[in-house]
Design a protein around this ligand. Sequence first.
Ligand SMILES: *[C@@H]1O[C@H](CO)[C@@H](O)[C@H](O)[C@H]1NC(C)=O
Ligand SMILES: *[C@@H]1O[C@H](CO)[C@@H](O)[C@H](O)[C@H]1NC(C)=O
Length: 413
Amino acid sequence: MSLQLPNFSLKKRKLQSLNLALVLVHDVLLAGGIQAGDGPVKQAVLRHKTRLRSELQRIKVKRGVKSDKELANPGDERAARIPRYVRVNTLLWTTEEAIAHYQKQGFRVSDPFSSQESFTRDQHVPDLLLFNPHMQFHNDIQYKTGRIILQDKASCFPAIILNPPCSEHAVVIDATAAPGNKTSHLSALMGGKGKLYAIERDRKRFSTLKTMLAKASCKNVETINIDFLNVDPSDPKYANTTHILLDPSCSGSGIVNRLDHLLESENEEHEEQEERLNKLATFQLNVIRHAMKCLPRVRRIAYSTCSIYSIENEGVVCKALRSEEAGRSNFKLAPPEEVLPSWHRRGLLDESESPENALSSVRCSPNEDATNGFFVSCFVSDRTQAAHSGDDITTKKRKRDRESSRKKRKPVE
Ligand SMILES: *[C@@H]1O[C@H](CO)[C@@H](O)[C@H](O)[C@H]1NC(C)=O
Ligand SMILES: *[C@@H]1O[C@H](CO)[C@@H](O)[C@H](O)[C@H]1NC(C)=O
């Protein structure tokens, strides 16, 4: 019961071309055509179009389903239980204005699953709205003009947990920025003030990033097409950076609605998968270590993945905490009360260095939390050089606001 890829000279089976092939096969069979530029893999997929279509048909018959859609979610009704998340871009209007706008359009505030016209505010992420899963916003003028951003709830956590300063002196880096949802969120939390460097190494993704940020009117952002690992620590332009968001490449194993399950598991042997995860974890660790060592005033680094595997999450965090770089600058994990305390699901105890460290991380379970699978931790350094940079006032103010809202027993953040 799997999608057998025709054996088009994928002898070496380089994972990269396999992944590309999968995307292209998806495009041919389910998305109505290939958008990607020409190349040998595309040619091969197109050559076998007919055969691929009949394989897909065969799978549908075997599974007793009629439509491609039914095929996408076998036992993955998860997708249907995930609301359509809409983040209000507060650089352009307020959440109150957005709510009033949608009410005027005929929506009413109530449980988003009760009807297509219902929506509500999220309990954990300010400025996030929950609509019915069937709602589409791609033709909504608010989406087209960047006033709303379609962003999964879990992927809103890193920027909130990083808690960037909102001041003219703020200097923040988004080290792996494309496609730009989190970058635009950071920019909004910074009130469009100070400086946000959005770094992306991949040229294509970089151009997506620029388009996205322009659409969202992120005026305090400078985009830079380099590899964060090559950022020169002595470059004066980054010298005052205090906060870094790290959301490096990961296995993507938390993403709901992927079609990987259609693949025969032999396509990736257990060992192959382990090797791939180890490679990713090494890369992720290197990115964190670089962030810790490279800039003298950095005191807060949020690390996130959309993976469910502890090797990419708690495992990487443990190694990062034991690294020379962490030791030198005294990086620890931010205490639980600074890491979305209102969120119930925390890091895995067995995979963390201490119970406190497990509590200092958040996880999202794709099965239980109506989000993609996700992980966030936040490293903090008690270096004090940045104490005079002016942003502490806002941090303190926010903390006060948070505390007073906690007293009112409202959900925090
Ligand atoms: C990022 O934004 C785009 C466009 O709004 C959306 O299609 C995509 O799903 C978003 N990604 C996540 C992880 O939310
Ligand atoms: C960094 O901040 C200091 C003041 O804290 C300022 O004098 C200096 O010009 C800033 N450096 C850059 C590159 O902006």
